[in-house]
Design a protein around this ligand. Structure first.
Ligand SMILES: Cc1cc2nc3c(=O)[nH]c(=O)nc-3n(C[C@H](O)[C@H](O)[C@H](O)COP(=O)(O)O)c2cc1C
Length: 198
């Protein structure tokens, strides 16, 4: 038992949602992903969603002698300690949402908490794709290593209905695509961890 545990480390993933809506479909994606981890459909991976709603709006005046407000410090610590990051976010006006940009900016302050993190991104939105591509572009500067494939875009408008009224994922094909993406994130994260230990 012990040796199997040692061979397969548990990867800690933090999940960030770009929508604050109670019935957010993007948060529904995160809930489905967390369920895959807790119900062992994906083994060796833990996922925790971080609450972005309480972070203050970025203002460098809130930084005192290189320290940050307590909630920001806590958020930055969780990013630093994570093995990987999973984003699920809609597009707002062809770009990233303000809640997500605020979180990205806080953790980018020195020392950059995002540096060298493997990541994956899922996007549920009405039609466009540029929000996800902007996030990937921001990741270049922050040194986030996004997996390229499989890409995960969901059109929230086109039938069939993929989410219920609470934002829970109800489409089996989409669930399978999500599973494939998370398995790809896990494999990529393990490769990076292995590479660093050599
Ligand atoms: C301010 C605002 C701007 C939006 N801009 C876009 C957009 O540029 N492209 C798009 O496809 N959808 C856009 N949408 C629609 C949302 O992306 C869509 O409703 C999404 O499914 C909401 O995600 P959620 O269920 O996680 O809240 C916008 C919505 C809002 C509120």
């Amino acid at each position: 038992m012990g040796s199997e545990m040692e061979e397969k480390p548990v990867i800690k993933v933090v999940a960030l949602c770009g929508s604050l809506r109670k019935a957010s479909t993007n948060r529904g994606i995160i809930r489905a992903a967390m369920k895959m981890c807790t119900e062992s459909e994906i083994q060796g991976m833990e996922m925790e969603e971080l609450d972005l709603s309480k972070l203050p709006m970025l203002n460098v005046d809130l930084e005192v002698n290189g320290t940050y407000p307590p909630l920001v410090e806590e958020f930055r610590r969780k990013i630093r300690e994570a093995d990987a990051v999973f984003f699920a976010t809609p597009d707002y006006n062809y770009s990233v949402t303000p809640i997500l940009k605020n979180a990205l900016d806080w953790a980018s302050r020195p020392p950059n908490a995002w540096a060298d993190k493997p990541a994956a991104v899922a996007s549920v939105q009405a039609s466009s794709r540029s929000g996800q591509y902007h996030l990937r572009q921001i990741g270049v500067f922050l040194d986030i290593h996004f997996i390229n494939k499989p890409e995960f875009f969901v059109n929230s408008v086109l039938p069939p209905k993929k989410f219920d009224v609470n934002g829970d994922l109800i489409d089996e094909d989409l669930r399978q695509r999500l599973l494939e993406m998370l398995l790809a994130l896990k494999a990529f994260t393990l490769r990076l961890i292995k590479g660093k230990s050599q």
